[in-house]
Design a protein around this ligand. Structure first.
Ligand SMILES: [Zn+2]
Length: 146
């Protein structure tokens, strides 16, 4: 598997603030893999990516794939917002903060695809899925088992 260069990463995901600390997170997107930093000393997961473990202050943190499985922790329905591909505010558009199974408090925020307001609620189990935006992979959630 070839590694995407920093230059290619910046070119393929314009509009994202990609820095040294989060570049492995975004490089994972291009492989359709959601990665989060995990401490190699104490096992703690963290997101957003930081260079130091907030639990034990170890600097040995590595981008590590997560399962993408979790439950909806916070859910909002947007009825207006900036134009974005595949976003229909009239339906309205869901934005969910999902608590991942890897660790209490480890959360990732994205939309949930293919659902109406009757389909999901806080506590609903969801799983990672990938759509494309601007021709590049973009991580979202869908109801678990769908
Ligand atoms: Zn640690």
């Amino acid at each position: 598997m070839s590694t995407v260069s920093d230059r290619e990463l910046l070119e393929r995901l314009p509009g994202f603030l990609i820095l040294h600390d989060n570049k492995e997170f975004y490089r994972g997107w291009l492989r359709r893999e959601l990665v989060m930093n995990r401490c190699q000393d104490c096992g703690n997961w963290q997101h957003p990516p930081r260079p130091v473990c907030p639990e034990c202050w170890s600097q040995d943190v590595r981008a590590t794939p997560v399962s993408g499985k979790g439950v909806i922790h916070t859910l909002i329905w947007l009825r207006q917002g900036p134009p974005a591909p595949d976003v229909d505010y009239s339906t309205p558009h869901p934005v969910a903060m999902v608590e991942l199974v890897e660790q209490p408090g480890l959360r990732f925020t994205s939309t949930v695809t293919g659902v109406t307001q009757d389909d999901i609620a806080i506590g609903s189990p969801v799983e990672l899925a990938w759509i494309e935006r601007h021709g590049e992979p973009f991580p979202v959630f869908r109801p678990a088992g769908s």
